[in-house]
Design a protein around this ligand. Structure first.
Ligand code: SF4
Length: 496
């Protein structure tokens, strides 16, 4: 299986060559740890005279960028990346697959990192291989690196290089690039699938600019959030000048991944003007408004609202408030275990649920538990959580999901590559309109309610044309994803 990514990027420039940004990079990446936990890396340079230095390794930020390492890296400009790789390949442990990707030959040097996926990378790779480029990995990252390098041979204008590159890249990408002249460029794809924002910190001694996957990282370095990078925008952050920006292409529609609000992003982030925490609160309120269970007086007098930590928390608060039921922390989370959804390999995901969650028997015993979670992807995690709650003595377990059923594959970088791996997709194919009832039986819940599509859109607060909803609706917003969906469909049909 091909390696894909869902990651975090961070960058910082400082106009003071006597100041090192390595500790700021560390803090920014720590704040973005939830977006990728397999490897981390930074590229740093000093505009007073040093070259780009890159260090990357498998592991959490705190392990890879320990105090000693941080003190050894000196520079006033840098970018960083947290990486998450998907299933199947063991090669992800090679540093060739980690980011930032530091490109250097006799003519050109730069480093870049990105969050996203380029589904048409095979096509670009083939064309570049025909032109004599040699690839050592099978990643879209390396393809982007060679594409940028090829274009940059003809110009020193990096905004122009990125602009030209964007014409070839049909996918999702929020990218930061560090040039060997000490400039940072940030680019968000024309549909804006992934978030990206900029911030600043101005003091008497120095001025710093930041670019980050999420605004929580700008808060973490005590910066001031300036704004989101717009879909289709290139922002130039210079250590000498103010921020400069230009548009690659202004799309009529955009396609921010709705999962950012449902699950991925930290609640304290603001994405495209929307507070993630408030969107999650509204998701809970909308669910409660439509929940028939709340009309049953016997359930109401014995029910508690329990979140699956952490992303179910704000949703559960909204639900409990609207339902006027007690909100109870009934599942204890071990914070030192990775998030299950973004761990590679089904086996590792399975064993991790029990390690990660423990029910609090004293609050669950005898209760009708209304359990709030963000999504059901493969179904195994939810099944195990239902069983945990039952074993703690719950009278009934009622699952409420803040997102509609996920029934289609994502080709924009999220780890559920085939429809048959999704319980929604598989059961929809098997049982048609009855599929939600069959999912309920499979996970062993007493009742199951999903958010409706309209209520999801309404809770997020962006227009339908500003969101990617493809895994829910099957309407893919990019050509290469439509092609891949058709290919998957024809393979599935030929197997039947
Ligand atoms: S298909 Fe789903 S997971 Fe993938 S980008 Fe679109 S909304 Fe996000």
């Amino acid at each position: 299986m091909r390696i894909k990514e869902k990651c975090a990027v961070f960058g910082v420039t400082c106009d003071d060559v006597g100041f090192s940004v390595s500790n700021i990079l560390y803090k920014g990446l720590i704040a973005l740890q939830h977006r990728g936990q397999e490897s981390t890396g930074i590229s740093i340079m000093n505009t007073g005279g040093s070259n780009i230095y890159t260090y990357k390794k498998l592991g959490l930020v705190s392990k890879v960028l320990n105090k000693k390492r941080i003190s050894q890296m000196w520079g006033n400009i840098g970018i960083g990346h947290n990486r998450y790789a998907t299933t199947g390949s063991e090669t992800y442990s090679s540093s060739d697959y980690m980011q930032p990707y530091h490109f250097k030959n006799n003519e050109i040097e730069f480093s870049f990192a990105f969050n996203g996926t380029i589904p048409n990378f095979d096509e670009i790779k083939q064309k570049m291989s025909d032109m004599g480029r040699i690839f050592v990995t099978n990643t879209d990252t390396e393809v982007i690196a060679h594409l940028l390098a090829s274009i940059a041979l003809g110009t020193e204008d990096w905004a122009e290089v990125l602009k030209i590159a964007s014409r070839f890249l049909d996918g999702s990408y929020s990218l930061v690039l560090l040039t060997n002249k000490g400039d940072i460029y940030a680019m968000r794809d024309p549909l804006g699938f992934k978030p990206l924002c900029i911030g600043e910190l101005k003091t008497e001694k120095r001025n710093l600019y930041f670019v980050a996957s999420e605004s929580c990282a700008i808060d973490a370095v005590e910066g001031t959030f300036l704004r989101d990078v717009e879909p289709g925008e290139i922002v130039h952050l210079s250590h000498q000048k103010e921020i400069h920006s230009e548009m690659i292409l202004k799309s009529e529609r955009t396609a921010l991944c709705m999962f950012e609000f449902v699950y991925f992003a930290r609640p304290d982030s603001i994405i495209d003007g929307i507070s993630v925490a408030e969107a999650r609160l509204r998701l809970g309120i909308n669910l409660a408004k439509k929940d028939p269970l709340l009309n049953d007086p016997k359930i109401r007098e014995n029910a508690i609202v329990v979140p699956v930590p952490d992303s179910g928390r704000s949703v559960a608060v909204g639900y409990a408030k609207e339902a006027r039921l007690p909100y109870v922390e009934g599942l204890m989370k071990n914070r030192f275990v990775w998030r299950t959804f973004i761990m590679p390999g089904q086996q590792r995901r399975k064993s991790a649920v029990k390690e990660k969650l423990n029910p609090i028997k004293s609050v669950i015993n005898g209760k009708d538990v209304i359990l709030l979670d963000d999504s059901i992807v493969r179904g195994t995690t939810t099944e195990q959580i239902v069983s945990l709650i039952r074993s703690a003595g719950a009278r009934s377990v009622n699952i409420r999901i803040s997102c509609p059923p996920v029934i289609n594959a994502c080709y924009m970088g999220i780890d559920f590559p085939t429809r048959d791996e999704l319980i929604g997709g598989k059961f929809y194919k098997l049982y048609g309109e009855q599929y939600i009832e069959e999912i309920r039986k499979k996970i062993g819940a007493d009742s199951l309610l999903y958010q409706s599509l309209d209520d999801l859109i309404n809770a997020i607060g962006l227009h339908e044309d500003q969101l990617c909803l493809a895994c829910l609706t099957g309407n893919y917003p990019i050509k290469s994803a439509i092609k891949l969906a058709e290919l998957e469909q024809s393979i599935a049909t030929s197997r039947n």
